[in-house]
Design a protein around this ligand. Structure first.
Ligand SMILES: [Mn+2]
Length: 291
């Protein structure tokens, strides 16, 4: 099945690839991330295509190509292989892939593909949870261990923001590995400083953003499986996206949306995030051309 983002035909010179990834194997509480990509694409034609801040329309400036929705294999290993293969293909054909999840586990196979193209890449991770457990419910690869696997297997430096639900054990482990963790309460108190720290972490390295929607405040993104109060505001998220887009952002994922049966707040929000980040990238490209 193919449903295009914004309801527009694929742009013949698209630079942005949207990959709907209906992965749901290990969700711990409210189910539904499997249906999120379809629901996000379905609501997206109701968004305005012009970004008011940059006054640019990313579908014209960069162009979108939406991958068809496909059923993933039920076996986790095979599903992860398929996600890696799709990401690899998107990286060959497009300059900016965005994976639309689906559960957070998909970040591991996505980054396996990104790491081959960008060996020096760094990851910015927005999440309420550290996702840094060694194992969870007896398995090593799932939404609660995914950042640990990214760090151990792929050796990718991580900067985590918005954290406010964790176990002492995973936090100690992250600290001992010198991983940057910014708790949400500190982000709120010292936001300009936190932004500076993030920028000095990414420097000019290729940077990938993994955005778990529960990193945002549930008043903004209620459609998640494990809502935690005290998350990032819309304005804080936009500042972070702007900073990343001004540097060397090369791809991202937006994961853990769990569609609400009656109110598609969170599905709209994901569409808006895609428009915002691509508008910022389009703006940067225009500025670069001017220099
Ligand atoms: Mn997560």
């Amino acid at each position: 099945m193919k449903i295009n983002f914004l309801g527009l035909p694929d742009h013949p010179q698209a630079q942005v690839a949207l990959l709907p990834i209906s992965l749901e194997v290990s969700t711990s509480w409210i189910k539904g991330t499997k249906f999120a990509p379809l629901e996000i694409l379905k609501v997206s034609p109701n968004l305005e295509f012009l970004d008011e801040e940059t006054y640019l329309s990313p579908h014209e400036e960069l162009g979108f190509y939406t991958y068809p929705l496909e059923e993933l294999p039920l076996d986790l290993e095979r599903a992860l292989e398929r996600i890696e293969e799709l990401t690899k293909e998107a990286l060959e054909k497009f300059t900016f892939p965005i994976l639309i999840g689906g559960e957070h586990t998909l970040t591991l196979p996505a980054l396996r593909a990104f790491k081959r193209k960008y060996p020096s890449l760094r990851v910015v991770h927005i999440d309420a949870h550290l996702d840094f457990r060694e194992t969870y419910l007896g398995t090593k690869i799932n939404h609660a261990t995914v950042m640990r696997r990214v760090f151990e297997e792929l050796k990718i430096p991580i900067f985590s923001l918005g954290i406010r639900a964790l176990s002492a054990e995973e936090y100690q482990e992250m600290k001992s590995q010198n991983i940057n963790v910014v708790f949400s309460y500190r982000l709120k108190r010292e936001f300009p400083l936190v932004l500076e720290e993030m920028v000095s972490f990414i420097e000019d390295y290729p940077v990938y953003l993994t955005l778990d929607l529960d990193g945002l405040d549930p008043s903004l993104a209620p459609g998640v499986g494990t809502p935690e109060p005290g998350g990032l505001s819309w304005e804080e998220l936009l500042k972070i996206l702007q900073k990343l887009a001004q540097r060397n952002l090369i791809g991202m994922d937006i994961v853990e949306t769990s569609p609400h049966p009656y109110y598609p707040f969170t599905e709209f929000l994901v569409g808006k995030i895609i428009l915002k980040v691509t508008a910022y990238l389009a703006k940067k490209r225009k500025n670069d051309l001017k220099v």
